[in-house]
Design a protein. Structure first.
Length: 384
């Protein structure tokens, strides 16, 4: 079991914590700052890369993902140096996927070409809505026309381009979402991430919701109808779901996110980045300082981590189950049993199978389309 992580692969996540504005629905670790010392950030990223690679030598690096925040605010030279250093510290896979998240408001043709030249080969763009009124409600600083222009720039520079949309927005109807999704699919290259709006504590939307001031949210049944319509429409257009919220043409799935869902190992560097790394047969969960300046100071002193926690075999089995059931391919039952030391509860499997929530096939356990629609309940049943 020392090499269990190999079943999922090995990736690198780099967190850039800065945005031009804080969106009211966002609970990610993002901050607005007008003065960013790119050289200081690069020095600390490279220091953390060297520290992490010293612990995980001789691994093949399958993916790099620049997340945020808004990584398209990073200087292309910073991105290039991180990629070059990671390639030198680990053995790069022949088909290494290197993704950078971008917001339409921060996209320039010259900058995107520079990211491509730096080694980025996939862009994930946060469009979020194809309706200017809803973009304003979501706190986005771009318009639909700017999003389309940015998307065209990305498509001219990169073969692989994904974009995100949020549905179940305020005052949104099922028919309106169907029309918007169909429009999005006419633009899509090979991948879409489609998320239902969730109201998180600690966000501006969360505060408004608690005060009863967030009006027009769809009822649960309406939101469920939007989810089901999403699956149907994307399937018809050749981008079937491969994960609860992600749709792709076959072969265009996000390889980095599949490392998470297949329960591989990944190094996380940057403020608030999480990681899972296996050292001497023991898997650890890693966390870093949330505040950018605190992380910078700690990384400059040799270690940006705050917590490193052993993940027990039982916890690994539970995490693998929770991740694996998110993807259409499901999880390997034998691998689950090896991690947990026991079999899945047969009576619960039988019940969930009978009511059409899961299926077992070729040694794998998969949630059905109906099961993925209520996945949290399915997972609670299996782990309860």
């Amino acid at each position: 079991m020392a090499d269990d992580w190999r079943n999922g692969g090995f990736g690198l996540y780099v967190h850039w914590p800065f945005c031009e504005a804080k969106c009211p629905y966002c609970d990610f670790n993002s901050h607005v700052s007008r003065n960013i010392n790119q050289k200081q950030w690069l020095d600390c990223y490279l220091s953390e890369l060297r520290r992490s690679a010293g612990e995980t030598p001789d691994r093949v690096l399958n993916t790099i993902f620049f997340g945020g925040g808004t990584p398209s605010l990073m200087a292309p030279e910073t991105v290039a140096a991180v990629i070059d250093t990671a390639r030198a510290l680990w053995r790069p896979a022949n088909n290494m996927e290197i993704t950078l998240e971008a917001n339409p408001g921060s996209v320039e043709a010259g900058r995107f070409a520079a990211y491509r030249d730096a080694g980025v080969n996939r862009i994930s763009m946060g469009v979020q809505a194809l309706n200017d009124d809803d973009l304003r409600r979501l706190g986005r600083i771009h318009t639909v026309s700017e999003a389309r222009a940015a998307f065209d720039i990305a498509r001219s520079c990169f073969d692989r381009v994904s974009f995100d949309l949020i549905y179940a927005r305020q005052h949104q109807t099922l028919d309106a979402w169907r029309a918007e999704l169909t429009e999005a699919l006419s633009m899509a290259v090979d991948h879409l991430s489609l998320y239902q709006l969730t109201i998180e504590q600690g966000t501006a939307f969360g505060d408004r919701y608690a005060l009863g001031k967030l009006h027009g949210l769809p009822e649960d049944d309406s939101a469920a109808d939007m989810y089901l319509a999403t699956q149907e429409i994307c399937e018809t257009h050749g981008l079937p779901a491969y994960e609860v919220s992600n749709h792709a043409r076959p072969g265009a799935e996000s390889q980095h996110n599949l490392i998470y869902w297949r329960y591989g190992d990944y190094v996380g560097i940057g403020p608030g980045a999480h990681g899972r790394i296996t050292l001497n047969g023991q898997k650890f969960a890693t966390e870093t300082h949330l505040a950018p300046q605190r992380w910078l100071g700690a990384a400059a002193n040799g270690n940006g981590e705050t917590v490193r926690t052993e993940v027990t075999r039982q916890e690994q089995a539970q995490e693998y189950l929770m991740m694996g059931l998110r993807i259409v391919e499901g999880l390997d039952i034998e691998r689950y049993c090896a991690l947990s030391g026991c079999s899945l509860p047969q009576d619960k499997l039988d019940h969930l199978t009978q009511i059409g929530m899961v299926q077992c096939q070729d040694g794998r356990l998969m949630a059905t389309p109906d099961g993925r629609a209520v996945l949290n309940a399915v997972i609670r049943e299996l782990l309860g």
